[in-house]
Design a protein around this ligand. Structure first.
Ligand code: HAM
Length: 463
């Protein structure tokens, strides 16, 4: 009897394991959805490798400054436009979403992460922010304000969609909501804010699509006409559209299946069925955009995938994103407050998909940071004194760091380079004895000597 590791079974497992590792290595990165290590979830040490849940993305340290930049632009612009931040919970009662987004929408029908609470009530991870904002505004009576209530939010949303580039199951939105007026100029203000957000980030080749889907009353006649138009074409449309024909016929218009798009090219335009008031409102929005020279395209197919919309709807798309080309979208939702048992409150807002924005930006955006002072302490008295100096520098508001992995001057200076420190403060046993430190410019390598007790103050005053 040979040893176990000489057996055929071991031989097979051994080869299968390395073959899976090789195939994984070849495929990884190219086809991120086909990861063979899901089939053979072991790494070289034989332990199982845990991965994040499908459709969720880590934002790694080298990507974080890009996110900080985007969030800073969002916060700065929203504040400039008079919006205040609101932070709403990440989950709510499921009923909130089914009543506001609409029971026959894709989001409510198949994309929500819904789970029972311990007391049996049904909870849902927020798939979007508008419903939660409206709930919070009603609950905390934020409408009791003499001026338009203007709110913005930033944070993660959750939808169980098929993951692909630009479409995730956890994604982040920057959204704004302006509550309490239906003046067409607030529509213009909100759209201009969205447009300016993208321009400030330097995004190019954007298209602003705009439409009016009228009030529910306007849509009644239109939906009849649309159904009459679609009825003879039904067999030529995709399964989804055939279903939507009876549940939510408007959504047939924004189906992305090419044959459905082609066959519905001649569909009647909703704009033609708007009431006089809705027409005047829409024209005033278009005039407002024109007066500010914001370019737009009227898109008759733009009906949006959430049921709460009425009148103005809009989207901004980029040609550089493939199938998931909409980076920001929104519209008016004049009936939502009443649908949630609130007072009649006209409202409008938008949300931007921040992952999609990151796909359009280069990764090397670095936030402007103050210079980094690396404290290089070594030796039996130098190291503890340097640690104290590090604390003193940070207390004084100076950006300072060290690396506890390094114990020699050489390795510490190497770490300072790796951390892109502008300066190193060298502090060994000799420096403690003499009461001096060396300040080294990491780029020019020039060195200056300062009194140890004065170095913090000298840095604060620019040396
Ligand atoms: P929405 O069109 O569902 O609208 O989403 C807004 C944006 O979020 C989309 O244009 C897209 O950029 C991004 N987004 C949506 N789903 C995903 C996903 N699975 N992965 C990555 N990004 C995604 C709303 O959410 C409305 N609440 C907007 C609004 C605010 N309307 C009025 N006020």
């Amino acid at each position: 009897m040979g040893e176990w590791y000489e057996s055929q079974t071991y031989f097979r497992i051994f080869h299968l394991f390395w073959a899976s590792q090789f195939v994984d290595w070849v495929w990884a990165g190219r086809y991120s959805r086909i990861q063979f290590s899901y089939l053979f979830p072991f790494n070289r040490t034989g332990f199982s490798v845990l991965r994040s849940v499908k459709g969720l993305k880590d934002i790694l340290p080298h990507q974080a400054s890009q996110w900080q930049h985007i969030e800073t632009v969002a916060r700065t612009l929203a504040t400039q436009y008079g919006f205040s931040e609101i932070r709403i919970p990440i989950f709510e009662f499921t009923e909130l979403y089914s009543r506001s987004i609409g029971g026959t929408t894709d989001i409510v029908e198949k994309e929500m992460y819904t789970f029972p609470d311990r007391d049996g009530s049904s909870l849902t991870l927020r798939p979007e922010g508008t419903a939660g904002v409206v709930r919070a505004v009603l609950e905390h009576k934020l409408l009791d304000s003499p001026t338009t209530r203007k709110l913005f939010y930033l944070g993660p949303m959750f939808r169980h969609e098929r993951p692909q580039a630009g479409r995730y199951r956890q994604f982040h939105q920057f959204g704004v909501e302006a509550l309490g007026t239906d003046d067409p100029l607030i529509d213009v203000e909100v759209i201009v804010l969205l447009w300016q957000f993208f321009l400030t980030l330097g995004l190019k080749d954007l298209t602003l699509h705009i439409n009016s889907i009228g009030t529910p009353g306007d849509r009644e006649t239109y939906i009849q006409k649309l159904k009459e138009f679609l009825a003879p074409l039904l067999n030529t449309l995709c399964g989804n559209c055939q279903r939507r024909y009876s549940t939510n016929p408007l959504r047939v218009l924004d189906c992305k299946v090419p044959v459905c798009q082609k066959n519905t090219e001649e569909a009647p335009h909703l704009i033609a069925y708007l009431s006089e008031n809705s027409k005047i409102h829409f024209q005033a929005v278009l005039d407002g955009l024109s007066s500010l020279k914001i370019p737009f395209t009227i898109n008759h197919r733009l009906v949006r995938g959430l049921d709460y919309y009425s009148r103005t709807t809009f989207e901004i798309t980029s040609p550089h994103l493939g199938a998931q080309s909409t980076i920001g979208a929104g519209g008016r939702y004049d009936g939502l407050f009443q649908a949630l048992q609130g007072p009649s409150t006209p409202a409008i807002g938008f949300a931007v998909g921040l992952e999609r924005v990151t796909l359009l930006l280069s990764e090397d955006i670095t936030c402007k940071q103050p210079p980094l002072f690396f404290v290089a302490g070594f030796g039996s008295t130098g190291k503890p004194r340097a640690f104290k100096l590090l604390y003193e520098l940070r207390q004084a508001g100076i950006r300072a760091d060290t690396d506890h992995k390094g114990n020699t001057l050489k390795s510490l200076l190497r770490s300072a380079d790796k951390l892109c420190a502008e300066y190193s403060i060298i502090l060994g046993d000799d420096e403690v004895n003499s009461g001096n430190v060396i300040l080294r410019n990491m780029q020019t390598k020039a060195q200056q000597i300062f009194k140890l007790e004065e170095i913090t103050q000298r840095i604060q005053t620019g040396f």
